[in-house]
Write a new protein. Structure first.
Ligand code: SR1
Ligand code: MG
Length: 430
């Protein structure tokens, strides 16, 4: 497929133009729902482009009476530039995923006000005074509701789109929508599972401190088998509709509220991919803390809080997923009525427990892959990038890579979240 064809797929390319702080006003003014949210004349609205992610434009538009957030896909990867074209239809996949999430966790996602496929624009609730979770973690801020909220988000969204919850027909129809999100999946396939393990033009790392470990990763056959096995799982195991990019930059928080944003990488895939993404980003935040320590605050207590959050997240996810399975198993997998007698009930419950253990093991592996890609691949994380002294940053990154490798290669040996915590702590002190 030519890149021009890819870029214009589904998005009514001939109507597309990137929004600016000027043309966004008449665009919003013409939408009745938005007109009722933004008060006063459009020239009085304040408009700021605030996008600092890798892909899109994000505008915050405020009037005296209220505000909105406007997200628009660009026809290329913002992080790299026009040399890397990207389809605008990712806004369509994001919109579809947001609708699916809203059906089960409306309080954990932004409200959608308007979708324009031609412009690849989603107008949504302005989340204020929320901040990006990653930035809060860099500052050492605690979020008491985070673990429970993300556990509920993951359990509800993943269960509700799985064969346990819906009929085979419903699932296949929904899968048909997201199967076409091929270009964003391709980014994940390359950037997470492949590029950090080969020489790739866009790879980068802290040089020269990490040169040796980068070369080791490229020549580590055991590790490459492990990560390719994870990639195969990502490609082939369509267990549930994934958020697809559930890192701490895709979560907005206040001390009392959590919202998950940005599901443009949504696709059907293995449940452990989303669960592992969140774990990985907590672990990256954990290893970065040493780089943010000051004489007055060694950040050790905060590191302890991060690991408690990791444990509470997994425990909460497991509990809620199991509860949903026990009470809302209306799909075609594990057909209701097959397990009514005592032996059946017992066998089913044992299978449920074993399945959650398998999902944990998958999550551990995916967490390792998601950690390594943020240190050796193209797209890094602010937790580590904001450590300005390269030696100090590299020390944190080496510890994170040490754990990442273990999680991928030895995921079968890590059978509880407590063991995962201990493995992380052993590296910090080791
Ligand atoms: C080229 S896009 C790089 C990364 O940004 C997104 O947040 C995804 O994680 C993607 O892999
Ligand atoms: Mg994103």
């Amino acid at each position: 497929m030519s890149s021009a064809k890819v870029v214009n797929r589904f998005a009514g390319g001939e109507h597309y133009a990137p929004l600016s702080e000027i043309i966004i006003r008449p665009f919003l003014e013409a939408i009745p729902r938005i007109r009722s949210l933004l008060t006063g004349p459009p020239h009085r609205w304040t408009v700021r482009e605030v996008g600092d992610g890798n892909l899109n434009l994000v505008f915050i538009v405020k009037s005296q009476g209220g505000g909105v957030c406007v997200k628009q896909a660009l026809p290329y990867v913002r992080l790299v530039g026009e040399s890397w074209p990207l389809p605008l239809d990712r806004a369509h996949f994001e919109h579809e995923a947001l609708k699916s999430e809203t059906a089960v966790v409306p309080d954990l996602v932004p409200e959608i006000y308007h979708f324009d496929a031609g412009l690849a624009v989603i107008v949504m609730e302005l989340l204020e005074p929320h901040i990006i979770l990653r930035k809060g973690l860099i500052r050492g801020q605690r979020y008491p509701k985070l673990a429970g909220d993300i556990a509920r988000f993951a359990a509800e969204t993943l269960f509700s789109t799985s064969d346990l919850a819906v009929t085979a027909r419903t699932k296949k129809e929904h899968m048909a929508i997201f199967c076409l999100n091929t270009e964003l999946c391709r980014i994940t396939e390359d950037l997470v599972f492949t590029d950090p393990y080969r020489v790739a033009e866009l790879n980068r790392w802290t040089k020269p401190q990490l040169d040796d470990i980068a070369a080791k990763f490229r020549n580590d056959a055991e590790l490459k088998v492990a990560v390719q096995e994870l990639k195969w799982m990502f490609l082939s195991r369509a267990e549930a509709l994934l958020h697809g990019d559930l890192h701490t930059g895709s979560i907005m928080v206040t001390p009392d509220e959590t919202r998950v944003i940005d599901p443009e990488f949504a696709v059907y895939g293995p449940i452990g991919f989303d669960v592992g993404a969140f774990m990985a980003n907590l672990l990256l935040a954990y290893f970065a803390q040493a780089g943010h320590a000051t004489p007055g605050d060694d950040r050790k207590a905060f590191q302890g809080w991060i690991l408690e959050t990791l444990e509470a997240f997994w425990t909460g996810f497991e509990r809620r997923f199991l509860a949903l399975w026990r009470t809302k198993n209306r799909g075609d997998a594990f057909t209701t009525g097959l397990f009514t007698d005592a032996a059946g009930t017992q066998a089913l419950e044992a299978y449920r427990t074993a399945t959650l253990a398998r999902i944990f093991q998958d999550s551990v592996g995916f967490a390792g892959a998601k950690m390594a890609r943020r240190i050796l691949g193209l797209a890094h994380v602010e937790d580590l990038e904001s450590i300005t002294d390269p030696d100090r940053r590299a020390a944190c990154e080496l510890r994170a890579l040490d754990l990442a490798r273990t999680l991928m290669v030895n995921r079968a040996g890590i059978t509880s979240v407590h063991q995962l915590r201990t493995a992380a702590e052993a590296i910090r002190t080791g």
